[in-house]
Design a protein around this ligand. Structure first.
Ligand SMILES: [Zn+2]
Length: 709
């Protein structure tokens, strides 16, 4: 043991003396550039900026959001950014931005909920704790009985109960309770402990208050959010036949208004070479420290780092402009892009940060570099992934006592707010739920490096506080964001000779790792051998195609020629052929016949149709709008085989059908047939019957999002 320690020490000493070899494993920046960005990065400023933002209740199109945007404006100016301004986008519930309908604004003067009897108890006051009032609550002045309706989302919950003019206690999806209890059964309002965003830890802490969101397009109703503990206390009294009387007082209006988006740039040297855009979302309930104060202050810090280094001449000014925007989630991005087609047309890559500062030992978060979907393969993920690896190596080196706090990228300028922890993080496949969905979607097609914490046990609750945030992590993510954006803004032809071999090796490794999945598909005992063979080959083919496109995306970005990548692509193709041969052998063993498997959809006429996108740009689902639901109506929408019709409208549901739906539309390019689109999404998320894809695209055609060629 002693001997081993000495040996390790000797090796480390050598590596330390040869200048940061532990952290120089990424090929995209030279060590001078990397060190400059690293040393300029600062988690303390980001943390202090976050301190202010967490004092604001930042629901979109409200006074609190405006204060947050003014703060960002001021900081962006102080940091020396260019063209710092904010833009207002009109909203009235109808106006379209791309495919998305605008939502509504909300103004609250005051709101209080009292238990009047049997106890006299204040259950929530907007002025001190705005999270207690659900978003888009309307005015009310009422003293009435409380009725327990269970989840409150099914008609059966109301059988034998008179809720007219009363307040219901419910824990179901709030907008759905509003629809049934208020609109259909005449209740006055809602008290809710709806479990918003569940994780493995949900429910363990009954004191958290979760945020709630009514449907702003509904004409009436209010809701107060209480903790599970408070709700259970009310329920237990009602079970004991104690009559609970509540007094609700709300002065608020829902109506037309505007969204605000702050924008600032660091100009590049060549306007024709396009822009790199950083995004976050400035909205959400107070305190909203990790979701998403953290992303806002961290892109701001990436902006500060790059602005300072470029202005002082420590880094050469990149050819592409770096743009930073702060707006309401998804909606701000759509409004901004729809208003600025000239900017949208020149965007080359996006860096989106949504929850990036959680201390994993407090909120159980894991930091993820999230890949683009298979419909938009891009090297942007590889850039983020290799900086993540470099930072993790540095963090581990520091934690194990081998590196200084500078080299370990530890924030020690902000007292106790920066930890000495490792960076717990990984690279994951595409996951939906924020502005990157827009950028990655096929009619915008700007590949996004999506940086996020998940899970976070305090997400969307009053416990998402500054106390859960690690200034060291803010610094590391600001560094990752600044370094990645700088690479996107700088990368050019001269670097291809060193970057292409690196990228091809990454692609090679991913192809190798996909073989396990291919074998599983080929051996699936529930599937007929010929179809299993087809699914398996399809998976390998799509994997190869994704990796070829990844390599080509770099060549295209850097302005190189496809010839430069030809050798690497041939190697990837040969490698995949060898894997295919092994799969063919496995299929033959299972009794499959023929030289190649036939597509399960080969005989379907519907599968041969070719869809093409028409109309406005954008994906089909947004925070507060669902294009197919709005255009086709509830009844028709509920018949779409792929879509779960139950109450997903105002929820961020992370389920497979949403991912399939998103990618089916993304794979529509005017060349792929329905069958080929089925193959593409089946490779990405698992085999899907072709009629489900065909049925979904029929609905898209009815909604005039696509037409048949
Ligand atoms: Zn978020």
């Amino acid at each position: 043991m002693v001997k081993f320690r000495i040996a390790v020490f000797a090796v480390l000493l050598i590596s330390f003396l040869t200048s940061n070899s532990a952290i120089a494993q990424q090929p995209f920046l030279d060590s001078k550039q990397w060190t400059a960005i690293r040393d300029e990065s600062n988690g303390a400023s980001a943390y202090e900026n976050l301190r202010y933002i967490t004092t604001l209740h930042r629901v979109p199109a409200t006074a609190g959001f405006e204060l947050a945007s003014q703060f960002i404006l001021q900081r962006a100016s102080e940091y020396g950014l260019t063209d710092v301004h904010s833009e207002q986008f009109e909203i009235d519930g109808k106006k379209q931005y791309g495919l998305m309908r605008s939502y509504l604004a909300w103004k609250v003067d005051e709101a209080r909920l009292w238990e009047v009897s049997p106890d006299h108890l204040l259950l929530g006051d907007w002025r001190t704790d705005p999270i207690h009032l659900a978003d888009y609550s309307h005015s009310a002045e009422i003293e009435t009985a409380l009725v327990d309706v269970g989840s409150g989302t099914a008609d059966a919950d109301y059988t034998g109960k008179d809720v007219r003019g009363k307040i219901v206690l419910a824990d179901g999806v709030l907008a759905r309770v509003q629809q049934i209890a208020i609109n259909e059964h005449g209740a006055a309002g809602i008290v809710s402990d709806m479990p918003n965003q569940t994780t493995a830890w949900s429910g363990l802490d009954p004191t958290v208050v979760r945020w709630g969101h009514l449907d702003a397009r509904q004409p009436s109703g209010f809701a107060f959010m209480v903790s599970k503990q408070t709700a259970e206390a009310l329920r237990s009294r009602m079970r004991d036949h104690v009559r609970v009387i509540l007094g609700a007082h709300v002065k608020a209006t829902v109506g037309p208004g505007h969204w605000t988006v702050v924008s600032a740039t660091i100009p590049g040297t060549d306007a024709a070479s396009g822009e790199i855009i950083y995004s976050c979302h400035l909205d959400h309930e107070r305190p909203g420290a990790n979701d998403n104060g953290s992303g806002c202050v961290t892109i701001l810090e990436s902006a500060r780092i790059l602005s300072r280094l470029i202005t002082s001449g420590k880094l050469p000014r990149p050819k592409r402009t770096l743009r930073f925007i702060w707006g309401p989630e998804v909606e701000g991005t759509m409004a901004f892009l729809a208003t600025h087609p000239e900017i949208m047309g020149g965007l080359r890559a996006n860096i989106h940060m949504d929850m990036v500062g959680g201390d994993p030992y407090k909120n159980k978060s894991v930091f993820h570099v999230t890949a683009t979907p298979w419909s938009l393969p891009s090297f942007v993920t590889d850039v983020g992934a290799s900086f993540l690896e470099a930072i993790q190596a540095a963090a581990t080196g520091y934690a194990e006592g081998e590196l200084t706090s500078d080299a370990g990228i530890v924030e020690n300028r902000a007292g106790g707010s920066g930890t000495r922890n490792d960076l717990i993080g990984d690279v994951t496949p595409y996951s939906s739920g924020s502005d990157h969905d827009d950028f990655d979607s096929s009619s915008i097609a700007v590949p996004s490096l999506y940086l996020r914490d998940w899970p976070d046990i305090y997400i969307h609750t009053d416990h998402d506080t500054l106390d859960q945030i690690d200034a060291t992590k803010l610094r590391r993510v600001a560094l990752l964001g600044a370094a990645s954006g700088y690479v996107y803004a700088m990368v050019d032809r001269d670097q291809l000779s060193s970057l292409l071999p690196f990228l091809t090796a990454q692609a090679e490794a991913r192809i190798a790792r996909s073989f396990g999945g291919a074998q599983q598909l080929a051996s699936d005992p529930k599937v007929e051998p010929g179809i299993a063979w087809y699914n398996s080959r399809n998976f390998l083919n799509a994997t190869l195609e994704r990796e070829i496109e990844t390599v080509r995306s770099l060549v295209d970005f850097a302005g190189g020629s496809n010839e430069q990548a030809a050798g690497g692509i041939k190697a990837l193709t040969d490698h995949t052929s060898a894997l295919q041969a092994a799969i063919d052998g496995r299929a033959k063993d299972r009794g499959a016949s023929g030289r190649a498997p036939t597509a399960p959809w080969a005989k379907s006429e519907a599968a041969k149709r070719v869809p093409v996108r028409i109309g406005e740009f954008g994906p089909l689902t947004y925070q507060n709008d669902n294009v197919l639901l709005a255009r086709l109506g509830k009844e028709r929408y509920a018949k779409i085989k792929l879509v779960n019709s139950e109450a997903t409208q105002l929820l961020n549901v992370r389920d497979q059908s949403e991912l399939y739906a998103y990618e089916i539309v993304n794979f529509v390019n005017g060349r792929r047939s329905v069958g080929e689109i089925r193959d593409a999404v089946s490779a990405e998320y698992g085999p899907l019957p072709v009629d489900v894809v065909s049925d979904y695209l029929d609905a898209c055609a009815e909604a005039r999002v696509i037409q048949w060629k």
